[in-house]
Design a protein around this ligand. Structure first.
Ligand SMILES: NC(=O)C1=CN([C@@H]2O[C@H](COP(=O)(O)OP(=O)(O)OC[C@H]3O[C@@H](n4cnc5c(N)ncnc54)[C@H](O)[C@@H]3O)[C@@H](O)[C@H]2O)C=CC1
Ligand SMILES: CC(C)CC(=O)C(=O)O
Ligand SMILES: [Mg+2]
Length: 355
């Protein structure tokens, strides 16, 4: 198989983790006889510095013409004072929108050797395996925003907007996923306050009879945040609004031990998918070789699976990660003060496990 992957290293630890992910993909290619072509493009702060805009046209064009997009992360203190639309993060949001990747799948799996690395008790996290389906191209991050002068100083608004069609398509995707898994879907909202959530619930209820094999439960987002750390094993598939999913998935990372472990795949209606770790650019550890590349490696596995239909190759990557952890290799974030590998050493260890 021959595929073209656009790599967007981005900012902070982005270049460090994507470098190792590209090497891993090369090893997958060698072992299974595939050719992956890599095209590099700029997104985020690096793109602002070079072109004045966080999502240059040539980056978007390359992504749209690719078979898949691999992203590190964007943002950092250097660009924090820029107005919203000019920030690195605005480039990422615009890319997600332009690719039409409305569904962000964030699997939360506990690797058995890391049960003790979790913030929670090992008996609470043992066997945790669920997916957060985060709506990615609508909701609070995309509605009209305004900053104006009012009678009492600045008046400001962010708006949570969804169309029925946007809600229905993400719910259908989540119902389908739940059907392929353990048949339990938790729809998370704030229907006791938000009108958008009430419509979200209505649509979920209307669709439910079409999926009689899926058990639908509604949960308010504040309770969901608590349930995640109280009893995370109760969840199979969680589906929720853009910002709720963003926040809940960072929280869920601590069930697994580190945000440096959690991957994601952003999928839409057939074009190239966007594959990225759920973490950000981690300016506090950038350039020090401390970043855990496993979240990006697991994102590569999702690319192989969802993007290219290479299930065996994806499983081989997941097995290589699992074996590396079972043998006791750790980066600093999951080492609990013990010996730790650098980003590059962890990359090499996983590649060796894959060979
Ligand atoms: N998808 C993206 O590009 C995202 C970008 N951001 C941006 O990243 C910048 C930093 O944001 P933060 O709030 O600090 O979130 P962050 O996710 O970058 O970092 C949070 C904490 O987790 C640690 N961490 C993150 N990834 C790690 C890894 N792979 N290995 C070990 N430790 C890791 C960091 O060192 C930090 O202590 C901001 O500009 C933010 O807007 C944040 C989230 C996602
Ligand atoms: C630009 C932000 C929405 C990035 C982020 O935090 C995420 O996608 O998880
Ligand atoms: Mg986030």
């Amino acid at each position: 198989m021959e595929k073209t992957i656009v790599v967007l290293p981005g900012d902070g630890i982005g270049p460090e983790v994507t470098r190792e992910a590209v090497r891993l993909l090369e090893t997958v290619g060698e072992r299974f006889g595939h050719t992956f072509h890599f095209a590099y493009a700029k997104l985020g702060g690096v793109a602002i510095d070079e072109t004045g805009t966080p999502l240059p046209e040539e980056t978007l064009k390359a992504c749209l013409e690719s078979d898949a997009v691999l992203l590190g992360a964007v943002g950092g203190p250097k660009w924090d004072r820029l107005p919203g639309p000019q920030r690195p993060e605005a480039g990422l949001l615009a890319l997600r929108k332009a690719l039409g990747v409305f569904a962000n799948l964030r699997p939360i799996t506990v690797y058995p050797p890391l049960a003790s690395a979790s913030t929670l008790k090992p008996e609470v996290v043992d066997g945790v395996d669920f997916v957060i389906v985060r709506e990615l191209t609508g909701g609070l991050y995309f509605g009209p925003k305004e900053r104006r002068k009012g009678d009492h100083g600045i008046e400001v608004s962010d708006t949570l907007v969804y169309s029925e069609q946007e809600i229905e398509r993400i719910l259908r995707l989540a119902f389908e996923l739940a059907r392929q898994r353990r048949g339990h879907l938790t729809s998370v909202d704030k229907a006791n306050v938000l009108e958008s959530s009430r419509v979200w619930r209505e649509i979920a209820e209307r669709l439910a009879p079409e999926y009689p094999d899926v058990q639908l439960t509604h949960l308010l987002v504040d309770n969901a945040a608590m349930q995640l750390v109280k009893n995370p094993r109760q969840f199979d598939v969680i589906v929720t609004e853009n910002m709720f999913g963003d926040i809940l998935s960072d929280e869920a990372a601590m069930i697994t031990g580190s945000i440096g472990l959690l991957p994601s795949a952003s999928l839409g209606s057939g074009g190239p998918g966007l594959y990225e770790p759920i973490h950000g650019s981690a300016p506090d550890i950038a350039g020090k070789g401390l970043a855990n590349p496993l979240a990006t490696f697991a994102s590569v596995a999702m690319m192989l699976d969802y993007g290219f239909g290479l299930g065996a190759e994806a499983e081989a990557v997941r097995q290589a990660i699992a074996r590396t952890l079972a043998e006791g290799w750790r980066t600093a974030d999951i080492a609990a003060g013990g010996p730790a590998l650098s980003t590059e050493q962890m990359g090499e260890t996983v590649r060796n496990a894959l060979r």
